[in-house]
Design a protein around this ligand. Structure first.
Ligand code: AR6
Length: 168
């Protein structure tokens, strides 16, 4: 049910992809920049502007525009300042899944939220991410979501999430 892939999330054909956003839902760098570029930045920004700002750990949904994915779920992870940020990162995953379930989606792709520009330590982030997904699946046994993917961009990130998933 959880599959870890190496690659570019903008190529994913799941029902939704998740964007590691900022609270203003502005196109940025990293995965956010790649998603805006691939979706069509002008149209996506116009829709994001109607939803902005949101709080760290919240999630909102827009159309996917030129992406294969029908929807983009935008969630700002925390700018890392210490272990107490785990709850906010957990909320990003949990609330993204809740929203996908409300839209009755079957599949969703996540990037490694928070571990780029926002500097969340990678091993801790992987632990929080996998735990949050299991928590959601436990809380929503009848969810429509059948497939959850991670698209991870570099070897180190990929290996870290693989190790974390294999511990379960
Ligand atoms: N597909 C999958 N993963 C990617 C891609 C891609 N195309 N491009 C980068 N990554 P980051 P954050 C990886 O910085 O830390 C933005 O400006 C990247 O290697 O994108 O949550 C937002 O607007 C890293 O492993 O997200 C916010 O202001 C991971 O995605 C801020 O950065 C996340 O890195 C959010 O920072």
């Amino acid at each position: 049910m959880i599959t870890i892939l190496k690659g570019d999330i903008t190529k994913s054909n799941t029902d939704a992809i998740v964007n590691a956003a900022n609270i203003y839902l502005l196109g940025g760098s990293g995965v956010c920049g790649a998603i805006f570029k691939a979706a069509g930045a002008k149209e996506l920004q116009a829709e994001c502007d109607t939803l902005s700002p949101i709080k760290t750990g919240e999630a909102v949904i827009t159309k996917g525009y030129n992406l294969k994915a029908k929807y983009i779920i935008h969630t700002p992870g925390p700018r890392y300042s210490g272990p107490e940020d785990a709850v906010l990162l957990r909320n990003s995953y949990y609330n993204s899944l809740k929203l996908a379930d409300e839209y009755k989606l079957n599949s969703i792709s996540f990037p490694s939220i928070g571990t780029g520009v926002y500097r969340y330590p990678l091993e801790d982030a992987a632990k929080v991410a996998i735990a949050a997904i299991h928590e959601f699946l436990n809380d929503y046994p009848n969810t429509t979501i059948k497939q959850i993917y991670f698209y991870l961009f570099d070897d180190n990130t990929y290996n870290t999430y693989m190790n974390e998933l294999n511990k379960r």
